[in-house]
Design a protein around this ligand. Structure first.
Ligand code: V47
Length: 385
């Protein structure tokens, strides 16, 4: 492996720790956020990434299903939620969601990623029925459904404990939970960007409960709004601590804040430098997470590709019909194909491996052939975009 050249000498003790496989501290994390030497941070993250995964880069074939955008939470960070009856508000029927799922399966989906708003009138049973119906129709498709924020809301409206709620989800057919709603755990930040959402402490406690009940989850961090470097490091170290306890987190996804159409529209968008730095620091601080995902929808295909050399070993999936980021002004396509993702990965000098949600390689020869189709109104990813 090539030598590391440091232009910021204060990184030397951190580099020594990384090369020796030692755990980094809070202060190390802050120093990694402060240094202008992004290439050194990236080099170190890539060192760990290649030690763990070599050249392999994972992707999956998935389909997003967002049952409703009607939401009582009114988070300032969000452009997706609507009041009932407001322009653009929608709630799919079960049949409409089954049709979307059917289309996803024809296109080879091995995962449905299901998240939505906190609807004032839809009962928990509606969502359980959705899961049961999907599982019955497509028993081999992994159901990654409902963030800790939704689970907390379901528990409240159904007058159940969090454990009982998670258990009912699991019995209905939920296989794992996505990592959304974590934002930044620090209460100062939550008061500004999502004051009605579960606290950071509650999010973490619920994720650990899910793990103990046998439901793996992902974790996220929303960066690039009002948070400080210290608050990001605090967030990452709290996740590392929780992972030490349960080992139930599958992947970590740093999410760049998209301000358009939100009450925080005055905040400038995170830059490419911020994106790559957050990917790299996640890899370095989260030494007990196997997988760091560069979510191409939010990063743009170009930055996601470079992130594969800054610590990321996964580029997420084909997605199809992404709404949360596109309502907030994302200019990326709403879906892509297996071929495009593989091309993106190969062009970064990595080896693409299609995975299921739990990172087991998929053998396409054992699955029905894919029927490629462009969902109406959507455009495919272009590497030139
Ligand atoms: O929790 C909402 C974020 C998350 C905005 O688990 C916004 O595999 C930026 O969690 N600008 C939902 N971000 C997305 C998510 C996710 C994505 C991909 C994969 C996985 C996974 C999870 O999106 C929300 C919130 O943090 N978000 N609004 C916005 N305006």
């Amino acid at each position: 492996m090539a030598e590391l050249t440091l232009t910021d000498a204060s990184l030397k003790p951190i580099a020594d720790k990384v090369l020796a496989g030692e755990r980094l501290s809070f202060d190390d994390g802050v120093a990694l956020y402060r240094t202008p030497d992004l290439l050194a941070v990236g080099w170190l993250a890539n060192f760990i990434r290649e030690k763990r995964h070599g050249n392999i880069t994972y992707y999956n074939v998935n389909r997003h299903i967002n049952p409703t955008n009607v939401c009582v939470a009114h988070c300032k960070l969000c452009a997706f939620g609507r009041d009932p009856g407001a322009p653009g508000a929608y709630t799919f029927t079960l049949e409409e969601m089954y049709e979307r799922a059917e289309q996803g399966v024809r296109e080879g989906a091995t995962e449905f990623h299901i998240v939505g708003g906190l609807h004032p009138d839809l009962p928990f049973d509606f969502f359980l029925e959705l899961i049961r119906g999907l599982k019955q129709r497509h028993p081999h498709v992994h159901l990654k459904a409902f963030t800790m924020v939704e689970v907390h809301y379901f528990a409240r409206i159904a007058r159940l404990t969090v454990d009982e709620t998670l258990q009912k989800m699991k019995e209905a057919g939920v296989d794992s939970c996505p990592g959304g709603g974590a934002e930044i755990f620090h209460p100062r930040v939550r008061r500004i960007i999502c004051d009605h959402k579960v606290s950071g402490r509650m999010w973490l406690s619920m994720a650990k409960k899910a793990h103990r009940l046998g439901l793996p989850t992902n974790a996220t961090m929303l960066y690039g709004h009002v948070e400080t470097a210290e608050e990001r490091v605090d967030h990452l170290l709290k996740l590392r601590e929780a992972q030490d306890e349960t080992h139930g987190f599958v992947a970590f996804i740093p999410l760049a804040f998209h301000p358009d159409n939100t009450p925080l529209a005055h905040i400038p968008k995170p830059t490419g430098y911020d994106d790559l730095r957050n990917i790299a620091i996640s890899r370095l601080l989260l030494d007990n997470f196997d997988h760091i995902k560069a979510y191409w929808v939010m990063l743009t295909p170009s930055i996601a590709q470079i992130a594969l050399r800054f610590g990321a070993n996964d580029i997420d999936g084909t997605v199809v019909e992404e709404k949360i980021y596109h309502d907030a002004g994302a200019k990326t396509a709403e879906f892509t194909s297996r071929g495009d993702l593989e091309r993106l990965i190969r062009a970064a000098g990595r080896v693409p491996v299609e995975r299921d949600t739990l990172y087991r390689p998929i053998d396409r020869s054992k699955l029905p052939p894919i029927v490629p189709a462009t969902p109406p109104g959507l455009v495919t990813l272009s590497l030139d975009a």
